[in-house]
Design a protein around this ligand. Structure first.
Ligand code: NAD
Length: 254
């Protein structure tokens, strides 16, 4: 029996990186996967691959910052068993390098986007007798990482949001957890290296790889396996917690 057979899953940002790997694995484990992403081309490619390999997937082109659009998508889908709040953006800079617009943009996608999908999906889970929610936090929520002021703030908020939802919906059979990856090799990492360290890409890639005591970045597929466990019935006793998946970053960097 597959781990998510008969389940309907919504994955935001499923058109790339970690969300792509989660969408593919969840579909392979029997879920009908609904990918909500701005990047329609990427999302369509992921959905086509899923369908070509015998799975079920549908793409919803939307910005997670648009609450009305997200509510409409949730209404169209109907029954939702699993929600992965994965869409997120990066920002490099300390407090002084973080303009108000940068701060608003990062908080709007990473925090308000997660609120919007929770707002749209939780009432449906309640009505259907329960569900599992997974939010993407980051090691940046747990340790001071240089030059990640807005991003760290947003990921700290994600964990607080996780606790709040887990607490409020205990009696509705809704579990809510977060995971905190260290660096995962995705277009997100390549994009911010290219943008912030032009000409020093390979040097920065090496430095970021070695900042995990295990000596490399994670693969998106490794993150997807933890996501699958936490969203499946195997994790039925787990709620209101965060799970680092970090190659030793938080505890072994001494
Ligand atoms: N890659 C890492 O090292 C790392 C580490 C820790 C946490 N994370 C978190 O994991 C999540 C996914 O990261 P990734 O590396 O796979 O990123 P990615 O850039 O490869 O993919 C992110 C996806 O989200 C979509 N997206 C972005 N903004 C959106 C919006 N407003 N509305 C709808 N979709 C939107 C993008 O189009 C893209 O398809 C993010 O929340 C990120 O903060 C990543």
């Amino acid at each position: 029996m597959s781990k998510l057979s008969g389940k309907v899953a919504v994955v935001t940002g499923g058109g790339s990186g970690i969300g792509e790997a989660i969408s593919k694995l969840f579909a392979a484990e029997g879920a009908v996967v609904h990918i909500v992403d701005l990047n329609v081309e990427g999302a369509n490619q992921v959905a086509e691959t899923i369908v070509a390999t015998g799975g079920q997937a549908k793409v919803h082109a939307a910005n997670v910052t648009d609450q009305q659009a997200i509510v409409q998508i949730a209404n169209e889908i109907g029954k939702i068993d699993v929600l992965v709040n994965n869409a997120g953006i990066a920002h490099v800079g300390n407090l002084e390098n973080c303009a108000a617009d940068d701060f608003d943009r990062v908080l709007n996608v990473n925090v308000k986007g997660a609120y919007n999908t929770l707002f749209a999906v939780v009432p449906r889970m309640k009505a259907n007798g329960g569900g599992a929610i997974l939010n993407l936090a980051s090691i940046a929520a747990w340790v001071g990482i240089a030059d990640r002021f807005a991003y760290s703030t947003s990921k700290g908020a994600i964990f607080a949001m996780t606790l709040s939802v887990a607490r409020d919906y205990l009696n509705d059979n809704i579990r809510c957890n977060s995971i905190s990856p260290a660096r995962v090799h995705t277009p997100f990492v390549d994009g911010f290296i290219a943008k912030n360290y032009p000409g020093k890409e390979s040097e920065m890639f090496k430095k970021l790889s070695q900042s995990q005591p295990i000596g490399r970045m994670a693969k998106p597929e490794e993150i997807a396996k933890l996501a699958l466990f936490l969203c499946s019935d195997d994790a039925g006793f787990i709620t209101g917690n965060d799970y680092p998946i970090d190659g030793g970053f938080i505890k072994l960097n001494n």
